[in-house]
Ligand binder design. Structure first.
Ligand code: ATP
Ligand code: MG
Length: 272
């Protein structure tokens, strides 16, 4: 089976357990749809009318100044944060307060954070098997076999019995990616996965992400690695002050940005 098929293996399993999947509607064709999404933290309007559609297999890079709402946007997609108005649909399932909908979406969406968020008291292997065993009710042996498969894919099978604290930052982040892949997600969300790493470790994590992209994974990546954006992204989206200000394919985004705020941002990050 090719890797693209591998990531879609859970299609049948989730289809039978997923409530209220939207059928025969344009939102069912896209992997992620955000329509007129607004969010406030108290009085602070953090997301302002966000409209974003991510097609199956599409790779998006989300960038923008600190505090512009990038993390909040992707955290809304798997309901780590709740939006207050508008719609978010992932693989045909609309996010609502219904816990079953949230659980169904979380099974399909893998997330990798800036600070890895591995469990320090569990080995690398146990970090990878925890969710498949407890969330998917997978037998331990099967979960371990899948974990080893993905640890090999991120090139650290030899670290399986170590604890996260015994690994370098780059290795820990690759464990975090393998751990997310063990749930066979249809979408991967990355929130600045390389920004806490020493420079020499950035490449090994980006290489893993590039391989994932080449295998057809749908990816939404918050990153300021503009080389990665140029190589991998189908579209680059620029956010500022809670709004999507500009979006374009990388060759247009970097050479011919339209909006003043985008130009200013690119000037800062490309020239330092
Ligand atoms: N839990 C919270 N309560 C109140 N305000 C918050 C909360 N989380 C984030 N914010 C505010 O919302 C805004 C957007 O935050 P967010 O983390 O989405 O920005 P970001 O674009 O990811 O920034 P960075 O590049 O620094 O990670 C910021 O002004 C932030 O201070
Ligand atoms: Mg952030």
């Amino acid at each position: 089976m090719d890797a693209r098929g591998e990531f879609q293996m859970n299609e049948t399993a989730t289809a039978t357990t997923t409530p209220n999947r939207i059928a025969s509607h344009k939102t069912a064709e896209a992997m992620i749809v955000m329509e007129h999404v607004n969010k406030w933290y108290g009085d602070f309007h953090v997301l302002k009318d966000i409209n974003l559609t991510v097609a199956r297999g599409e790779r998006i890079v989300l960038c923008g100044p600190s505090g512009s709402g990038k993390s909040t946007t992707i955290r809304c997609i798997n309901r780590l944060e709740a939006h207050q108005s508008g719609r978010i649909v992932v693989d045909g399932i609309e996010l609502s307060d219904d816990v079953r909908q949230i659980e169904a979406i979380r099974k399909e969406v893998g997330m990798v954070f800036q600070h890895f968020n591995l469990f320090p008291h569990l080995t690398v292997l146990e970090n990878c098997t925890l969710a498949p065993i407890w969330v998917k009710k997978m037998p331990k042996k099967e979960a371990e076999a899948i974990a080893m498969h993905f640890l090999e894919r991120v090139r650290i099978p030899d670290q399986a019995n170590k604890y996260p604290g015994q690994l370098s930052g780059g290795q820990q982040q690759r464990v975090a990616i393998a751990r997310a892949l063990c749930m066979k997600p249809k979408v991967m969300l990355f929130d600045e996965p390389t920004s806490a790493l020493d420079p020499e470790m950035v490449k090994e994590v980006l290489d893993t992400m590039i391989e994932l992209a080449e295998e057809g994974m749908t990816m939404l990546c918050v990153t300021h690695e503009m080389g990665f954006a140029r190589t991998v992204a189908d579209r680059v989206i620029f956010m500022d002050k809670g709004e999507i200000v500009e979006e374009a394919p990388p060759e247009v985004f970097f050479t011919n940005p339209q909006n003043e705020r985008t130009k200013q941002f690119l000037g800062q990050i490309l020239n330092h």
